[in-house]
Design a protein around this ligand. Sequence first.
Ligand SMILES: CC(C)(COP(=O)(O)OP(=O)(O)OC[C@H]1O[C@@H](n2cnc3c(N)ncnc32)[C@H](O)[C@@H]1OP(=O)(O)O)[C@@H](O)C(=O)NCCC(=O)NCCS
Length: 168
Amino acid sequence: MTSSNATHVEFVTLAELHLDEIMEIELEAYPEPWSRGMFREEIRNNRSYFYVMLLDGQLAGYGGFWLVLDEAHITSVTVRDCLRGRGLGRRLTRHLLEVAEGVGAHIATLEVRESNVRAQNLYKAFGFRQIGRRRGYYPKSGEDAIVMLLELGSGRSPAQGASVKAGD
Ligand SMILES: CC(C)(COP(=O)(O)OP(=O)(O)OC[C@H]1O[C@@H](n2cnc3c(N)ncnc32)[C@H](O)[C@@H]1OP(=O)(O)O)[C@@H](O)C(=O)NCCC(=O)NCCS
């Protein structure tokens, strides 16, 4: 894509007003979705940095992390189904990593379903590597989680980790 069809992406902090739309996306996106109460907890939890991604003002995705000491533990990276495959997942991940660095995180970690190759490819593009596996982590399916880690500020800037297809 070129800048001629670029669209405007912005990030805002998660708020109650986003929850109806988020729940629609969440229920479609995950076999074991978060509940509304879990998202509310992200609003309240002062260790949580959770953002909504707006594309031309429309809610296109969301994601966040918990800051625990120097670790940013990424809790969600989610793009609306009809908007996937155009760089928004990268854009969202890059935002989370930039915020994480800005608030003093030295590492970022996450868990991802073993079968979720798409998400694993996205994280690898930023330099995440597999450091472990949690057997049967997902209670419904019993699927394993792959644990991934990225050292922040280790030379590979999140801002350079990927090109932006959806524009700025
Ligand atoms: C994972 C997710 C966030 C990716 O968002 P997206 O907007 O489609 O991703 P992007 O368009 O930015 O693509 C980024 C990278 O993801 C990978 N990717 C995207 N689509 C892919 C596909 N169909 N197959 C394999 N890899 C794919 C590629 O590495 C891609 O880079 P490339 O375009 O240079 O090849 C999105 O698919 C999603 O919301 N999935 C459901 C929720 C989820 O599983 N989240 C992750 C939880 S750990």
